[in-house]
Every structure is written in C-alpha cells, then in structure tokens.
Write a protein that binds this ligand. Structure first.
Ligand code: PHE
Length: 347
C-alpha cells in the first residue's frame, strides 16, 4: 500500500482526535469526507486505475479506512455534544421553573361553590354515596314503578335488601340528602348544601357515569319561590359573572311542586344567541340550562317529619361538571377526566 496514503490517513486520525472544538472537528470532517475531500480524491484516482485486481484491493482498503475514520469522528462528535449538554447543567445558568400543579377544575369549582353558599349562611353536609332506594326515590315522592324513575337510570348494588328501605343503589342524584337532612335536624330552619358524587350509567359528550352534583335545601317558615329565584341569581352572578341573568322555566320533578329548570343567560353571547361568527354555538337561544329546582313537595316534607302547613322550602340540584364546563367553555365532559395536564396545571 502507498505509504504516502497511509501516513496521510494516520494524520487525519490524529487531527480528529486532537480537534479542540466541535467546529474544528467539522472542518476536518469536510477535509476528509467532503465533496472535494481526501476520500473523494482517492476514489476518483481509483476510478482511473486499469489493473482490476489492484482496483479491487485498493477499493476495499479505502472503504475500511473510511469507516475507521468515520468511527473516530462520531466518537469525538458525541464527546463534544455531551459536554454541550453538561453546560446546561451549569449551576450558574438561570433555571427554568417547573410547571406548578393546581387543583383540578372540578375540585376548584367545588371549593368555589362551597364558599359562595357559605357567605349566605348555608352549611355543607354529606350523605352516603351507596344509598337505600328509599332516600333516592320513595322519600322523594317516587314510589317503585313510578315512570319518573326512568329519568334517574341507576346502578344497583349487590347487597342486603332492607324491608323498610329497599335495595342499595349508587345514588343517582344528591336529592337523597333532602329527607336525610330533615330527619337529622329534626326541625327547620334548614340551609344545607350537599356536594357529592352521583352515578348514572351514561357515557357521552355530556355524561360520565360518575359525576358531581350540588344540592341546596332551604326549609323554614314563609319560604317562597322568590327566595329560590334570589338565591339562584346570587349564585349565578357570583359564579359566572355579575351581568349574568337567571330565569326559572316550568318543568316537572316528583319531589318539587312547582318545579323549574334554572337557566342563565349565555355567557358566550351575552344572552343574545348571536356571536360575530353567527348563531351562538354554545346556547343557540341565548339561555343555558343549569339544572332542576322547585318548592319542596309536601310529601317530601312529610317523609322528613316536617309539617307542611307550617313550613315550606325550596331545593335545587345542579351538576358540577356542567357548571364548570359552562364557566371554562369546555365542550366535552370526558375531557375533564382524561388526565390531560391542561386541566391541572397552572398556565
Ligand atoms: N335531582 C334532580 C336531578 O338530578 C335535580 C333537582 C334537585 C330538581 C332538587 C329539583 C330539586 O336532575
């Protein structure tokens, strides 16, 4: 083998090994492997070689040498890149703060709702999630076989059946707390807020099988629809913003009479039903439905041991996920439980 070529190749090995910076290393790389580099020159000369045997051995030799040099090069390159990364770990480099975690949207809505109601004298109380059919239905004026039960599709629990209270269920709404609270206190006044998990076998854009509701119950002498309306407006303004309007729309629940759906003016289009892009995507009509409410039915007061000729009351029950989705304009309830970090990181 041409000793001149060999010593030139050795020289390149040494220069690669001694390169003092990444830039230096890349320059040498071009000298060796570039279009006009040493190997390009060697292969060009080889192409003119007429002795086929010699051409073959020379070609093989060049290729192995080329590989060796490439190996030396990439080892050195790795070393330089490695030291570059080390610089990032330099304690004098200004740091990047880690993202802070924060409360999940549902948790922070629960906190906010609790605060809003505590300011007007409501205390929070919790009841069993695994509940007797009686408190979820019968006590609420919905005897077995009542068609209204279909509105509250229910998970039943395998467990003992009580003669008095029926089967065990995962409570499908927070209204189970109404009669329980009346019995617990013995007599009015009642100003209770019950925030709990509820279960229904549904799974789509607006339903998940486990969701949260908050229920208000107010029983005292002389309680009327005006108090209900006033409390609903107070909540809506505190939670959604001061310019939000509230309306009660006639509806039907077995446990309230009269019954209403509570609507708020759409916070997206300011209750107009129209946005710059055309018809409001969120509400379509200017109003958004929050949930059910009404004056407590005399039969429910009776089940709670309260004399309906002396006392009256109102109740409402709203979904926490629903009010949170309206407030934060989230279009699919399942996103709340997707574990997506946007919902638990401060931005
Ligand atoms: N429990 C009802 C529901 O889940 C809401 C409601 C509560 C209605 C209290 C009236 C009074 O839909």
């Amino acid at each position: 083998m041409d000793s001149h070529i060999q010593s030139r190749l050795n020289l390149y090995v040494r220069s690669l090994e001694n390169a003092s910076s990444l830039e230096d290393l890349l320059k040498i790389h071009i000298e060796i492997f570039g279009k006009k580099g040493y190997f390009a020159h060697l292969f060009q000369t080889l192409a003119q070689e007429s002795d086929m045997e010699k051409k073959k051995t020379m070609g093989a030799f060049f290729n192995t040498e080329k590989q060796k040099l490439e190996h030396v090069f990439s080892k050195r390159q790795d070393e330089f890149l490695q030291t570059k990364q080390d610089v990032v770990g330099d304690v004098t480099v200004p740091g990047i703060g880690p993202k802070l975690g924060s409360m999940h949207i549902v948790t922070s809505a629960i906190e906010e709702i609790r605060r809003i109601y505590s300011r007007i004298g409501f205390y929070q109380y919790s009841y069993p999630e695994v509940e007797w059919e009686y408190f979820s239905f019968e006590a609420l004026n919905m005897p077995a076989d009542h068609p209204a039960r279909d509105d509250f599709e229910t998970f039943f629990v395998d467990g003992p059946v009580s003669k008095k209270y029926g089967r065990m269920v995962l409570t499908p709404h927070t209204s189970n707390g109404q009669v329980r609270e009346m019995l617990r206190l013995g007599k009015p006044p009642i100003r209770m807020i019950n925030i709990a998990r509820c279960y229904r076998p549904n799974w789509d854009v607006t339903h998940v099988p486990m969701m949260h509701q908050f229920e208000g119950l107010c029983v005292d002498k002389g309680i009327s629809i005006q108090h209900l309306k006033g409390t609903m407006s107070y909540f809506a303004r505190e939670f959604f913003g001061y310019d939000v309007k509230t309306r009660l729309r006639p509806h039907n629940f077995e446990f309230t009479e009269p019954s209403f759906e509570v609507d708020i003016s759409c916070i997206h289009c300011n209750g107009t039903g129209i946005t710059k892009e055309g018809k409001c995507r969120i509400c379509k009509s200017g109003w958004l439905e929050l949930g059910g409410s009404g004056l407590v039915h005399p039969n429910v007061l009776k089940a709670g041991g309260i004399d309906s000729s002396v006392y009256s009351g109102w109740a409402f029950g709203f979904g926490i996920e629903r009010v949170a989705m309206i407030k934060y304009q989230i279009d699919d309830i399942r996103k709340l439980y997707s574990g997506e970090l946007r919902y638990v990181l401060e931005s």
